[in-house]
Design a protein around this ligand. Structure first.
Ligand code: GLN
Length: 451
């Protein structure tokens, strides 16, 4: 299937044919042995998966969508990959993404754009457009994404697939090439709610290798995905996430889904989260600040690309030439923004202020969750836009993340589930659900009810 369609979709950066066949063979052998011994294999044993190219897999090229990591083969497995392998999941290869996960369309990938399988002239969302497109184009039934500001949920919405951002700290960041360490969260992408829950269960849980990992049992996501009973569930529609600026087809499908949940016995009320309007500006200070610091390690000495190392240049010049050649425009823009926001004299005015806004947003959530069990909104203001449409307008691109970013700032669980097609363009619409920290199960309950 990948050979047949990926020339047009470009979801994959690297297909690991040999590695995948070897893993599949190993699962077969294990299954034969298990039949004799009575051992139970994971329900996902043998199921193929596409991995976002930002998680390390030992010996397999990992680029994070950047030229600066071209040719780098990590010497170790990320925790997510370790757990996939332990479940017998077969990793098909690495998927395309915006460079260092900065973007909402995959147009910032140094290796070309991924195309939306619903309409090849449109973007599949980002940064994890490759993972969601691979599922949508039936190249893989499961994929892994990472969500810092919406990079699992927004591509899920744009490709008509399920995308879940677990609670921050619910899945391990060990071996994830960091964008913004206080926000980054690996999570499942799938075609159905139950598939996503099974994958969630396989990768989640405490990891001593990640200092922000939560040491608590994994929420009962599979049980919730199998049950889908929303009777009595209190659902809050976020007043601030909708209305002006939202595409009419997106709003129509969203409200129909809310009606369906009401019919199924959920109690729906409107909830106000007044600080959500400041989430976007706060995020675009916090994220570049953390990113500028995280990306300092790409100094031409340790990984991948090295430019100008001809014996005449100083180490500093080699670092500078390599970063000039190896980073794309959006990455440079954010490094400059972040370095400025963190510099002395500006720190309090920008970064400090943004952190205060972050607290206010977390308080909005806390207050809302006193009244309701989950919050809902459209996942994105519009359906998938055309390739090239917003690439020259970073602010228009950033506005994509209006609905998804608040949950990242607060560390909550959140997900996007398909809820039909917009009338005006026939493209998929995503239904966004937000749940309190470590109540990821509630997301799946709502997702299952909508199916
Ligand atoms: N689109 C957002 C950004 O550009 C989200 C990124 C992400 O979640 N990795 O920062």
């Amino acid at each position: 299937r990948i050979a047949a369609v990926d020339g047009a979709v470009h979801a994959f950066l690297h297909v690991d044919t040999e590695g995948a066949l070897a893993q599949a063979k190993a699962v077969d052998d294990k299954r034969t042995a298990a039949k004799k011994s009575g051992e139970q294999l994971s329900p996902l044993a043998g199921v193929p998966l596409a991995l976002k190219d930002v998680l390390t897999q030992e010996g397999v090229p990992t680029t994070a969508g950047s030229k600066i990591l071209e040719g780098w083969k990590p010497p170790y497995d990320s925790t997510v990959v370790k757990r996939l392998k332990a479940a017998g999941i077969v990793i098909l290869g690495k998927t395309n993404m915006d460079e260092f996960a900065m973007g909402s369309s995959t147009e910032n990938s140094a290796y070309g754009t991924t195309h939306n399988p619903w309409d090849l002239a449109r973007i599949p969302g980002g940064s994890g457009g490759g993972s969601s497109a691979a599922i949508s184009a039936y190249e893989a039934p499961l994929a892994i994404g990472t969500d810092t500001g919406g990079s699992i949920r927004q591509p899920g919405a744009f490709t008509g697939t399920v995308g879940v951002k677990p609670t921050y700290g619910g899945t391990s960041r060990y071996g994830l090439i960091a964008l913004a360490s206080s926000l980054d969260t690996p999570g499942p992408c799938a075609r159905t709610t139950l598939d996503a829950a099974l994958l969630h269960e396989a990768i989640a849980g405490y990891d001593p290798m990640d200092s922000t990992s939560i040491n608590q049992p994994v929420p009962a996501v599979v049980e919730a995905a199998r049950n889908g009973d929303v009777a009595g569930l209190r659902i809050g529609v976020v007043k601030e996430l909708g209305g002006e600026g939202y595409q009419s087809g997106v709003e129509a499908r969203f409200h129909e889904a809310v009606e369906l949940l009401t019919k199924l016995g959920a109690e729906v009320v409107e909830v106000s989260c007044p600080h959500f309007e400041y989430a976007l500006p706060a995020y675009y200070l916090i994220l570049p600040s953390e990113a500028s610091s995280n990306l300092a390690k790409f100094d031409a000495m340790r990984y991948g690309l090295r430019v100008g190392d001809d014996g005449t240049n100083s180490a500093e010049t080699v670092t500078s030439l390599t970063r000039e050649a190896g980073f794309g425009a959006e990455v440079k823009r954010r490094i400059i923004l972040g370095t400025h926001a963190l510099s002395s004299g500006y720190y309090d005015a920008y970064y400090g202020q943004a952190q205060k806004v972050r607290t206010l947003i977390a308080r909005d959530f806390a207050k809302a969750y006193e009244q309701v069990d989950v919050l809902v909104s459209p996942a994105t203001p519009t359906t998938a836009f055309a390739i090239g449409d917003r690439i020259d307008d970073p602010i228009a691109m950033y506005k994509n993340d209006l609905c998804t970013i608040p949950s990242n700032l607060a560390g909550n669980a959140a997900a996007s589930f398909p809820c039909g097609l917009a009338d005006e363009d026939g493209l998929p619409v995503g239904f966004h659900v937000m749940a309190p920290v470590m109540r990821d199960d509630l997301l799946y309950k709502v997702g299952a009810a909508l199916e």
